[in-house]
Ligand binder design. Structure first.
Ligand code: PEP
Ligand code: MN
Length: 340
């Protein structure tokens, strides 16, 4: 439920409402807008059945939240959230670029890609150390050794690092090395894992499940937030449809829909959405034009030899072209690109 205060409500009246909620052990989330202040109430609303909150001075109305998620809901928090990841803001004016290989293969590979994506204007290096592959016989990742290479590239370039976690153990290990956890499409409804990353303070990049509706996806974000970690960034990475020309179908409409239903930032992964490097540039441009807060793109020094997702990986040169293209677009939509 949310409590909407009257535009002329006094600070003292707001405090009085909050102290009633406090005395009932209900969680409080205050959003101060230009016109009105909204109080989001977290907890069992039956506790309020005998409390005539709507009669309290300064209160305009009580509005039930109809969605199954609350903390992630735009009704609950109307202003957009900006998630800060070791100083880089996602969801602000600046478009955030993340680039790197599908899988970390070697120290040399990661250093080469790291230097290249940094030079192109990316703020993040992506790279999989734990790879949940479709076949159990495919390369499963370098695990902690790969995370050490990530850390080395962070120290060398200043890039922030994001990597996928797949289990409680990988969360514990990765927490020591990375700036942001990624929850992959295949784990979007692994509620136990969502709670695990929710218990940490680390920002989480939550990919959309292969066949997940937008509501299911936002509920997955709610799982993380319900544990106290509000630093969630959503990632649209294409969904399964009847179309076979591309690996998945990029759901561009998810961007404005997500923005209308939640206050969380959203970025787009054009690599997994298309499965073909040729389509990564046009899909990236479309995503930015539709309001995405950033992109996560697979980049490999030699895509032909990549152990995973080579056909959808850009060379460092092509990633640089992509960044230049996004840079040219951003003034049209009142955004900026790596102002450093
Ligand atoms: C990845 O980012 O390499 C990956 C496996 O992505 P997804 O979970 O979206 O398939
Ligand atoms: Mn991949």
């Amino acid at each position: 439920m949310i409590i909407v205060m009257k535009p002329e409500a006094k600070e003292k009246q707001l405090k009085e409402v909050c102290s009633v909620l406090d005395s009932l052990d209900l969680g409080i989330h205050i959003s101060k807008g230009a016109q009105v202040t909204i109080i989001g109430v977290i907890g069992d609303k039956r506790k309020l059945s005998d409390v005539p909150l709507e009669l309290m001075p300064g209160v305009d109305k009580l509005v039930p939240i109809v969605e199954s998620y609350k903390l992630a809901s735009k009704t609950f928090k109307p202003e957009s959230s900006v998630v800060s990841i070791d100083g880089i803001e996602v969801g602000g004016k600046e478009i955030v670029m993340m680039g790197g290989p599908c899988a970390i293969e070697s120290r040399e590979q990661l250093i080469e890609v790291g230097d290249a994506v940094k030079a192109s204007g990316a703020q993040f290096l992506r790279g999989g150390a734990y790879k949940p592959r479709t076949s159990p016989y495919s390369f499963q990742g370098l695990e902690e050794e790969g995370l050490k290479y990530m850390r080395e590239v962070k120290e060398r370039t200043g890039l922030k690092i994001v990597t996928e976690v797949i289990s409680q153990k990988s969360v514990e290990i990765a927490e020591k090395y990375v700036d942001m956890f990624q929850i992959g499409a295949r784990n979007m409804q692994n509620f136990y894992l969502l709670r695990e990353v929710g218990k940490t303070k680390k920002p989480v990049l939550l990919k959309r499940g292969l066949s997940a509706t937008i509501d299911e996806w936002i509920n997955a974000a709610e799982y993380i937030m319900s544990e106290g970690n509000y630093n969630v960034v959503l990632c649209e990475r294409g969904i399964r449809t009847f179309e076979t020309a591309t690996r998945n179908t990029l759901d561009i409409s998810a961007i404005p829909v997500v923005k209308s239903k939640t206050h969380l930032p959203i970025i787009v992964d054009p690599s997994h959405a298309s499965g073909k490097w040729e389509y990564v540039l046009p899909l990236s441009r479309a995503a930015i034009a539709a309001g995405a807060d950033g992109l996560i793109v697979e980049v490999h020094p030699n895509p032909r030899c990549a152990v995973s997702d080579g056909p959808q990986s850009l060379t460092p040169e092509k990633f640089s072209t992509l960044c230049d293209s996004v840079k040219k677009m951003v003034p049209l939509i009142d955004r900026t690109f790596n102002i450093d």
